[in-house]
Design a protein around this ligand. Structure first.
Ligand SMILES: [Zn+2]
Length: 279
């Protein structure tokens, strides 16, 4: 047994996992750090990868997956949906990661700067639009969709017909351009809308969507809710200035121009002075 009792306790208390499709596990990290995320272990005929890795410290997530025998294929690395450390903090345990070039800095710099309990010097391969990784009859294609984060990629599981969307299309809440001190080109509703249209154009290539937070899988028609929500913002429908507690509460409410737009399952937190790229 690779784990001692304390490590097992950390795992049992902080990771939920369930099989959501054949050879496809969802692992949700929780509690021990202020942020949780939903990670996905995918196995093909020859190898396995994990999409996002959470940010629990001092926890060898790969060893835990192997202990539980969630896959009998070699896990060849982690794929980052985007840079944010609640998705990339565990990458080091997998010995190798793929990510967009805009994700490298964030993935190797923990929130708040405390690196204790993380491995940050792992090798990274840069991925870009159209690149494909083949796990053996399971091809994963990358689609660039940066807006919440400029390193965001969607991962289209072409053979199992699943779309992984990270934090650009979540179960409920997303955050577009609302928290950086300065306006960042690309982090606008206009760009998010274009990216959602790009995913909509591939609509007949996937059946379900697996986002980065709050539970999965979700029906692919959820993308229509996000398109509609973006359209409402772009067309000048006024957003709600009150950010509810579960979405950041007072900390977010103090941000200038902060607004929330809701349409069915799509709730977008944004700034009304960062809707368009050129204004
Ligand atoms: Zn994020």
């Amino acid at each position: 047994m690779a784990f001692d009792a304390l490590q097992y306790e950390i795992c049992e208390d902080n990771i939920e996992f369930r099989l959501i499709a054949p050879d496809t596990w969802m692992l949700t990290t929780k509690l021990l750090e202020p942020f949780s995320s939903d990670c996905y272990l995918l196995s093909g005929d020859e190898s396995a990868v994990i999409i996002d890795t959470g940010m629990i410290r001092h926890l060898n997530l790969k060893e835990y997956i192997l202990e539980l025998k969630l896959t009998d294929k070699p896990i060849i690395g982690a794929i980052a949906t985007h840079s944010h450390f609640d998705h990339t903090g565990g990458n080091g345990w997998f010995g190798h990661a793929w990510m967009h070039k805009n994700s490298v800095y964030g993935a190797t710099h923990p929130f708040g700067g405390n690196a204790d309990g993380y491995i940050l010097d792992y090798p990274i391969d840069i991925i870009k639009e159209g690149d494909v990784i083949d796990l053996g009859n399971r091809r994963l294609e990358f689609i660039e969709i940066g807006a919440h984060d400029l390193g965001s990629v969607a991962i289209l599981d072409k053979d199992r017909r699943i779309l992984f969307t990270g934090d650009e299309l979540e179960t409920g809440w997303i955050n577009i351009g609302s928290t950086t001190p300065e306006k960042v080109p690309g982090q606008t509703i206009e760009t998010h809308y274009k990216n959602m249209q790009k995913l909509k154009a591939r609509y007949d290539e996937y059946d379900i969507i697996c986002p980065g937070h709050h539970g999965a899988p979700i029906d692919k028609s959820s993308i229509d809710d996000f398109l509609k929500c973006d359209e409402m913002i772009l067309s000048g429908v006024p957003g709600d200035p009150y950010v509810p507690r579960k979405n950041g509460g007072e900390r977010f409410r103090s941000i200038p121009h902060i607004k929330v737009m809701r349409y069915r399952m799509a709730h977008i937190c944004y700034r009304d002075d960062r809707i368009f790229e050129d204004k």
